[in-house]
Ligand binder design. Sequence first.
Ligand SMILES: O=C(O)C(=O)Cc1ccccc1
Length: 404
Amino acid sequence: MAASVARSQLTPLSRQITAKPSQSDQTPKCIVRFRPLNIPRRFNVTVKASINRNDEKIGGNNNKTAPALHPQSILDDDDDEEDAASKDSLNSLPRPLSSAQFSNFVSDGSRLRVAYQGVRGAYSESAAEKAYPNCEAVPCEQFDTAFEAVERWLVDRAVLPIENSLGGSIHRNYDLLLRHRLHIVGEVKFAVRHCLLANPGVKVEDLKRVLSHPQALAQCENTLTKLGLVREAVDDTAGAAKYVSFEQLKDTGAVASSSAAAIYGLNILAEDIQDDCDNVTRFLMLAREPIIPGTDRPFKTSIVFSLEEGPGVLFKALAVFALRQINLTKHFYVFLNQIESRPLRNQPLRSSDDNSGYFDYLFYVDFEASMADQKAQNALRHLKEFATFLRVLGSYPIDTTIVP
Ligand SMILES: O=C(O)C(=O)Cc1ccccc1
């Protein structure tokens, strides 16, 4: 297929994003590099505690099923005078995507360009294609490159893994969500099936080490321990396969997908080597604009907040949801995501905005309600009364295609 051949030659977008990906990439990059994913990073972004007024009325009135609402708009106090004064400038602002506008084509009819981290054959590429069928999946070297690619209009969306049923949350990507100003516009769950890959002629007994993404290595812990293989973490699963293939390694295998095996000419020595047969990864779809939350189907809302230290504050925060019968997401594979705290004592949060703040903890919560739902608006208004910082990362339809 001409399209897939062209795509296979794309070089992942690198940190210096200045142009579209080049069409030639024959040089295998040195990808063997350990990057711990679960160690809290120092935040060097400031996140404002109040909400951007300019955001407040974005959305217009084009939503038939729900009040036009920016997910964050409910967090500001009402102020009619200011509203009227800012109307003109607001009219010129870009409109958020409606949840009904899940078009996979951009306005000029071309395919939607979707950034993902990794090289061709990465699970993130499959997730991007599941999220946006017929999209043009654009490989990026790093997660922050994918964020930047969206921010600089090089691509239309980004899809990135956020948590696994086994490996837990990918904190690095939560950090990026905070440091950048993209909006979560959807989620996609993907059943990940890992294979042990090696060059043709290489047998399992020949292998001494195995390369893969840290999450993939964690998900295959038992199998790899039984095989006595030394594990080495690299940026993505398909990158591991590409490296093993290009270097023609005889003592090193890769944990990656069957499509990576096909793309890089590797043999599949073992299939389904993940420890948990229900190995599901949840990916987030990100865009420059939020979608207008609806009430026509099940929605989920992701927020991040911080609280003053004090007895019972977390209990109080969770009560704002419990009081209104709002479920926090409760599937086992999002256990860590329901509420995660990461010590950030004396570490400033900074963003492009001026306000800065010092927070002891950040709490991430996913709850099962749309921001178009009055009870969700009330819950967040209540939470805002005592939260020192609160940001709505997105309100988006729940992916119900995989029920673990
Ligand atoms: O490395 C990949 O292929 C990815 O897309 C990241 C990842 C790794 C392991 C499970 C799910 C996603």
